[in-house]
Design a protein around this ligand. Structure first.
Ligand code: NAD
Ligand code: ZN
Length: 360
């Protein structure tokens, strides 16, 4: 088991990463004042795998657990679905000290986090992330949100959990395409901050793809450490936290230009390559490191060339998404593997040209 404390302003909470951790929840929660009622928010897929062990752990901790099972999918990250949950909480008699356990991926984490942040102006939140993406990314940092129609994460608030328990065993049932969504973020962390960790990811492809638990534990710990370190310097997302967007500027536009047929992970992988190419064309990056990035993305199943996306849609998506001033936009660019910088001075036309000429 690995443990890491995340300290933000005046809150401090622990993140535990390891195998078969759910039985330890009673111990992790010792000393907290909660109601007997505890609410577990999850979806039917995750419920089928893990609700038994959670139920047992919560009963061992003295709780009377109620499971609130919502349909699977991003559509649940909405105000109507939050309203539905508020009403259920109210009917169950949830109070200020009733904890909500978010059992699932980033969708459940964001929705449960938003509900926990707003119900009675805030009730305790415990993240039990079950996707790699949620373990390395969405459960860390306190961003909670719901979507407003097609506008992602439009309504939200910063709200920190009391505890995060990342059980690596839960990744056993996670489909390969969902693993690779998380792995794109993992490679992103190495690119922005840690060349040695990049090397580690190169060396351990087989073990990681085979879900070797010791290796995953080390890998996830490293990612949480990197993200926690960045957000601790920028709790409200106004400065250095920007670098976490590496690969996401072009990535989001590719996702949207493909009508979401390209997965988030693959889009971020392509977005990282676009950023490298921009930096290379400015003479601020080197071909050798770009080669290494493309190679590692291939080995993790995240890159098979540029998909056939409409250039028009790409250009429109970039225009829609980002603040563009005098034809210039902000980009997080690599200087080398393990080091990035932020530029506000990137020509939109250059970005469009690079993506258009991709296959040349
Ligand atoms: N708050 C943040 O800082 C932050 C950061 C990144 C992403 N996000 C959000 O996270 C969401 C994406 O999260 P995600 O990639 O985890 O998607 P997700 O929550 O939709 O989970 C992906 C799929 O895996 C299934 N699943 C979950 N755990 C499983 C398990 N252990 N075994 C088998 N199947 C399992 C889910 O039911 C779902 O079908 C997006 O809404 C995104 O906006 C938030
Ligand atoms: Zn992402």
């Amino acid at each position: 088991v690995k443990e890491i404390g995340v300290k933000l302003n005046n809150s401090l909470y622990n993140v535990y990463i390891g195998t078969d951790l759910y039985s330890r929840i009673p111990y992790y929660l010792k000393g907290n004042m909660f109601t007997r009622l505890a609410v577990v928010m999850t979806n039917p897929v995750v419920q089928a795998f893990y609700s038994k062990s959670i139920e047992k752990a919560l009963m061992d901790a003295g709780f009377n657990p109620e499971f609130l099972v919502l349909p699977d999918g991003e559509a649940q990250k909405s105000l109507p679905s939050a309203s539905k949950v508020y009403r259920i909480l109210s009917n169950l008699g949830a109070e200020r000290r009733t904890p909500i356990f978010a059992l699932g991926g980033g969708v459940m984490g964001d929705l449960a986090g938003f509900v926990a942040a707003t119900y009675m102006r805030g009730i305790p939140l415990i993240h039990l992330p079950t996707t790699l993406l949620a373990q390395v990314d969405s459960s860390i940092g306190g961003k909670t949100a719901v979507d407003l129609g097609k506008l992602k994460n439009q309504i939200g608030v910063f709200y920190q959990p009391s505890l995060v328990v990342s059980d690596i065993g839960s990744l056993r049932s996670l489909p390969r395409n969902e693993m690779s969504n998380g792995l794109a973020e993992v490679i992103k962390y190495a690119m922005i901050q840690d060349r040695q960790f990049f090397k580690y990811l190169e060396t351990n492809v087989k073990k990681i793809m085979a879900k070797d638990e010791t290796t995953l534990e080390e890998m996830i710990f490293k990612c949480v450490e990197i993200k926690a370190n960045i957000i601790q310097q920028d709790v409200n997302d106004t400065g250095i936290r920007n670098i976490l967007n590496f690969g996401h500027t072009a990535g989001h536009a590719i996702e949207s230009a493909s009508d979401f047929s390209v997965s988030h992970g693959q889009a971020v992988a392509l977005g990282m390559i676009v950023a490298c190419k921009i930096s290379l064309s400015m003479g601020r990056f080197n071909k050798g490191d770009l080669q290494r990035l493309m190679e590692i993305l291939k080995r993790y199943d995240l890159f098979k060339g540029m998909p056939a996306i409409s250039q028009k849609k790409f250009a429109a998506a970039i225009r829609r998404d980002k603040k563009i001033v005098n034809g210039k936009m902000r980009f997080v660019l690599p200087e080398a593997i393990g080091k990035v910088f932020v530029s506000d001075d990137i020509d939109v036309s250059e970005v469009n040209r690079l993506v258009g000429d991709w296959n040349d």
